[in-house]
Design a protein around this ligand. Sequence first.
Ligand SMILES: NC(=O)c1ccc[n+]([C@@H]2O[C@H](COP(=O)([O-])OP(=O)(O)OC[C@H]3O[C@@H](n4cnc5c(N)ncnc54)[C@H](OP(=O)(O)O)[C@@H]3O)[C@@H](O)[C@H]2O)c1
Length: 322
Amino acid sequence: MAETMRVMGATGDGVEMTELPKPTPGRGEVRVKVIASAVNAGEEKVISGDFVGRFLHAKSSPLVLGWDVAGTVDTVGDGVTDIDEGAAVWGHLAYSPSQKQGAFAEYVTSPRASVAAKPDDVPYQVAAAAATVAMTSLQSLRDLGELGEGGQVLIIGAGGGIGSVAVGIGKRLGGHVTGVCSTKDVERVEALGADEVIDRKKADVLDAGSAYDVIFDTPAVSSFGRCAKALRAGGTYVTTLPDAALVMGMARALFTSKRCRFVQVASKRADLELVGGWLSDGLEVPIDSCHKIADLGSALKRQLDRGRIGRVVVDVAEGWPS
Ligand SMILES: NC(=O)c1ccc[n+]([C@@H]2O[C@H](COP(=O)([O-])OP(=O)(O)OC[C@H]3O[C@@H](n4cnc5c(N)ncnc54)[C@H](OP(=O)(O)O)[C@@H]3O)[C@@H](O)[C@H]2O)c1
């Protein structure tokens, strides 16, 4: 009989534990025993039937979500020779309309190229909290924004999941970081290392003239049209959502020297290794709360709470419903 594993599936009105066959790693893949995961904005988008949610996960039943993975290699598929069973790893499961797996499960499989060794001094909970938001930040600022030494970057939503870690990553890329957040987050964003902080409740965020090389709109609220004036010639606006404003922004950017880009996060071993080193070295990923997997329902609710400060982590290895 096929071996099974426990999973937490989202139902219309909550979550419930069920069992599924343990996944088998294909060629070039590893199977990871999940120790910790975290909640992202994506869960609610899929559960609520939001249009964007269709691009993040398949409508599978049971609906097992959770894209952040930190755990240990349980077994390796054919062709994987550079990592041993038992190795601690971390990564992000791909956002995809065909994604049927989720890390709110005892095991997931992943391409070997999409996970990296977790540094020993980085707790599983921190690695899980960092995976999606740190990859998104690094790829937005470095790859799309081409942020380098001395570059001016404006991070909108600097108190949020992506924004908080983007502040530290922007600094590590050599940028001069201005964070935009609500009054309640100003001190926290300063403590994360932002060179300047704009309280969006008190000041016009885009009133600085053509000041920025990169504007990273983490909550996708400002649009290229609104931000273009605040970008220097050759500057880049990066958004996180593929919406109508993005399409209009890309069309408008064709007629200027400024660029409008959309980030589609990808889990890449080299990027995870780079960020893993930064986490060892003190890159902060604020954690709001840790929840047992049995309390996944509370974790999903906490993610939506306006008072949340940082990432909502889920302990998957322990704490299953009895
Ligand atoms: N494209 C990708 O690959 C990718 C990857 C990961 C996530 N995402 C998406 O990225 C988005 C952000 O994710 P997250 O985890 O950072 O969410 P989050 O933790 O909820 O943070 C969003 C932040 O934006 C701020 N904000 C909300 N409305 C704002 C406004 N009108 N002006 C300025 N700031 C505002 C919020 O703070 P205040 O309201 O308190 O100011 C909050 O700090 C989500 O939609 C998620 O689905 C995309």
